[in-house]
Design a protein around this ligand. Structure first.
Ligand code: NOJ
Length: 592
């Protein structure tokens, strides 16, 4: 089967506000993004996902959209977008946009009209109630129901109160949003990342939650949870608090409608959902092409996720087994999608680092993404090892979810201000959204010297965490990204090959084979701090026994090295004795 472009591509997420500032005002923009297209092509990615670029009052950094068919003035004009899109295509890069379906900004014309009276033509475009019908919370800022004096009613919002939920039961809303989706598809965009698909509908019975605390108290309890028991309780509370507001029926119909629209266009336009539930892929042909493997991304995002899973060979194997089994139930062609980071979570370099082997573990992260089966999504700045950049001064926070939390900590929970600021800074998503570090010079070359950037630039740009210094250094993380991206591109089995685990029980390395009709590739990722000696002479047997094996593999194979993160003197290794350096990434084709 010939794969589609979105199956072979490596995606790179651009956070427009922080990627490249073309006009020197401290904020990223389309001119900057266009100038950096050769950089992205040179890096070796194939497709770009842009976080929202639409006009927005920025209560949620662009995820509160006030015009679905425009460009935020700080990013440029529509014509700047068109230049960017055409140039990206010219460089062989696909572009997908972020489509926020669940809510608009409270400054969208639709909401202004809807809130103006109870009987205007858009009166029913949002979710209105005479009184708050339950104790639902917004996951960002407390009560989920906000009063509007003009109507004498309350509207529902899953996110900030500046992000009212649309009423997707109203066919006019559906039509209006699909019209907006067509606007950009007509212009030539290659698809959408769909924001927060699980939040589109709510429980029609409006069942209250039964968690005995407020959102602020729950966040506070999560911060303070130490023991596994405490972590388990808070995790259960998070689930219980929002269970009636998430994953409700109805979304599948919408996804089918949207998919049908995309399929009207030439060029295999695609949809990737911000959700980890493969159900949103429908029958494999009629809903989303991809959903993210978030369980793997949330690894080490303690204390809230996945019982404190850590990035180990055992957990990666378990995760892959679960994901591939779930996808297999949909169709043999359902395609995985892996990512380790985005604008909502702590940066890979920080999260997977242990303070000593941070660079090695960042390399392992990338190698895992590029060698597992599926479409990888990378996040801007990862390629130079950008770290979480903690903001300790609450007045500098731009993530309103964090400022809300800071205020609650200080005013309601009486936490001393300096401590509250530190905790809000840690939970804030600002830490992983700081400006891209292009050089070691002033403002990291993001904006001209002395121009205040929208978030502070991390001082580590002056210590080598920047593109310029790493470009020419063959040992840099950037060079490693480039080499690995090149390897993936030139090794078809890493893209279309099946995935077979070898040495299922190994605790200090992850080994698997990717095999297509022409190539058998052995991938070994060492998580060990020591040198290890491995015996893979059983691989032909393991492959022969595996149901998924495509080619018969003759005994007496040897390994021809095609990639190693360590210097290797030999290009051919005997399978019965392969020595790996600490944290080495070793990739070889198996040959007779
Ligand atoms: C998910 C986005 O990734 C996040 O940044 C945003 O705050 C929420 N959805 C609300 O749109």
């Amino acid at each position: 089967m010939a794969l589609k472009w979105w199956q072979t591509a490596v995606f790179y997420q651009i956070y427009p506000r922080s990627f490249a500032d073309g006009n020197g005002d401290g904020v990223g923009d389309f001119r900057g993004m266009t100038e950096k297209l050769p950089y992205l092509r040179d890096l070796g990615v194939d497709a770009l996902w842009l976080s929202p670029h639409f006009p927005s009052p920025n209560w949620d950094c662009g995820y509160d959209i006030s015009d679905y068919c425009g460009v935020a003035p700080e990013y440029g004009r529509l014509s700047d977008f068109e230049v960017f899109l055409n140039e990206a295509h010219h460089h062989g890069l696909k572009v997908i946009l972020d489509l926020v379906l669940n809510h608009t900004s409270d400054e969208h014309a639709w909401f202004f009209e809807s809130k103006s009276s109870r009987n205007n033509p858009k009166a029913d475009w949002y979710v209105w109630q005479d009184v708050p019908p339950n104790n639902w919370q917004s996951c960002f800022d407390g009560e989920a129901w906000t009063y509007v004096p003009e109507r004498g009613q309350y509207y529902y919002h899953y996110f900030m109160r500046q992000q009212p939920d649309l009423n997707w039961h109203n066919p006019q809303v559906v039509d209006a949003m699909w019209k907006a989706a067509r606007f950009w598809l007509d212009m030539g965009v290659d698809g959408y990342r769909l924001d927060a698909v699980g939040t589109i509908f709510e429980d029609p019975h409006l069942t209250p939650h039964d968690v005995p605390m407020s959102l602020a108290e729950l966040r506070n309890a999560s911060d303070l949870a130490q023991t596994p028991e405490q972590k388990e309780v808070v995790q259960k509370y998070w689930h219980d608090m929002f269970q009636h507001q998430l994953g409700q029926p109805g979304v599948h119909d919408l996804m089918k409608q949207l998919r049908a629209i995309l399929d009207e266009y030439p060029g295999d336009r695609m949809l990737v959902g911000e959700d980890d539930d493969p159900d949103y892929m429908g029958n494999g042909q009629d809903e989303l092409q991809l959903v993210f493997n978030f369980p793997l991304m949330r690894t080490e995002l303690d204390p809230l996720s996945y019982q404190g899973k850590t990035f180990t060979p055992g957990w990666i194997r378990e995760n892959q087994a679960q994901r591939l089994a779930a996808l297999g139930k949909i169709s043999s062609e359902a395609w995985p999608c892996n990512t380790l980071g985005n604008h909502d979570c702590s940066r890979v370099y920080t999260r997977f680092g242990d303070g000593i082997h941070d660079a090695e573990r960042a390399r392992l992260g990338l190698a895992t993404m590029l060698t597992l089966k599926g479409t990888p999504f990378l996040y801007n700045g990862e390629e130079i090892g950008m770290t979480d950049s903690l903001i300790g001064d609450a007045t500098l926070l731009r993530d309103t979810m964090a400022t809300w939390y800071y205020e609650r900590l200080v005013n309601d929970l009486h936490v001393p201000a300096p401590q509250a600021a530190e905790r809000a800074g840690k939970m804030s998503r600002d830490k992983n959204r700081t400006p891209m570090q292009w050089t070691g010079g002033p403002n990291a070359g993001f904006s001209p010297a002395a121009v205040p950037t929208w978030l502070p630039v991390d001082p580590n740009h002056a210590d080598g965490v920047n593109v310029k210094d790493q470009l020419g250094d063959p040992l840099s993380l950037f060079s490693f990204y480039k080499r690995m991206l090149h390897l993936r591109r030139s090794t078809p089995a890493l893209i279309d090959g099946n995935y077979q685990v070898v040495h299922q029980e190994a605790s200090d390395y992850l080994a698997f084979v990717r095999q297509n009709e022409h190539q058998t590739v052995l991938v070994v990722l060492s998580f060990s701090k020591e040198r290890i000696r491995l015996d893979f002479s059983d691989v032909p047997e393991v492959l022969a026994a595996g149901k998924a094996s495509i080619q018969p593999v003759a005994p007496g194979l040897h390994a021809r090295t095609i990639f190693s993160s360590a210097g290797r003197s030999k290009t051919v290794e005997n399978l019965s004795e392969i020595h790996l350096g600490a944290f080495e990434i070793y990739i070889a084709t198996l040959e007779g």
